[in-house]
Ligand binder design. Structure first.
Ligand code: E4P
Length: 217
């Protein structure tokens, strides 16, 4: 399972990359705004800065919601850097644009996916990634992990090549459940990734080993 970090914060991206386990980055307009990135040029430069930190795919989301606008924006983004993946919302013109990008060899991430039906359409259009949002489904009392199992099962049944990129991850148990469900990728903030490191028995065990080591050095 690949690990992407879901942030536009360069320090957090560097920290995850330095850990040696990072396979890519996802961003969205809300995450860019959170970092105070304003204006077209600043946003584009920020995407390039992210690409220069990591080795893998970096999702950059289009703002347009009509076919022509999504295509123009996506083609511009794709030319920015070879690591850019064009992130397109799950809407009618988005699906048409994903099909267009697929035929042009441009990688895509179909975002804001909340149902197996939407995931089937994304795969039929040839999306590189499909992003089901876990946390936002949990927020409305819906079983988000069940959605991952369903999409993985459908994709395996029909040998769809689209990778399941579990998004809107809120805590480490989401990551573990996604691994059990067979997600290809999880994208999450830095904290849930770092939380995977933690176990009280690791801390107390290490404390004891270090205390005992002092007896023979
Ligand atoms: C996915 O690519 C989105 O950027 C992200 O995971 C959304 O997460 P949120 O629901 O925590 O905003």
């Amino acid at each position: 399972m690949k690990f992407f970090i879901d942030t536009a914060n360069l320090d957090q991206i560097r920290e995850a990359y330095d850990l040696g386990i990072l396979d890519g980055v996802t961003t969205n307009p809300s995450l860019m705004a959170k970092e105070g990135i304003r204006g077209h040029e600043a946003v584009m430069n920020h995407y390039i800065n992210i690409c220069n930190i990591v080795d893998g795919d970096v999702s950059a989301e289009v703002i347009a919601t009509d076919f022509d606008g999504i295509v123009a924006e996506g083609e511009y983004l794709a030319k920015l850097h070879p690591q850019i993946v064009v992130k397109v919302p799950m809407i009618k013109d988005g699906i048409k644009a994903i099909k267009y990008f697929t035929q042009k060899g441009i990688k895509t991430n179909c975002t804001l996916v909340f149902s197996p039906g939407q995931a089937i359409l994304a795969a039929k259009a040839g999306a590189t990634y499909v992003s089901p949002f876990l946390g936002r489904l949990d927020d409305i009392s819906t079983d988000s992990i069940d959605l991952i199992y369903k999409i993985v099962n459908i994709y395996r049944t029909y040998s769809f090549q689209t990778q399941v990129l579990a998004a809107s991850i809120r805590h480490p148990m989401h990551i573990i459940a996604c691994a059990e469900a067979g997600a290809d990728v999880v994208t999450c903030p830095l904290d849930p990734i770092l939380a995977l490191l933690k176990h009280p028995l690791t801390d107390s065990g290490l404390e004891k080993f270090l205390a005992d080591a002092k007896k023979f050095v």
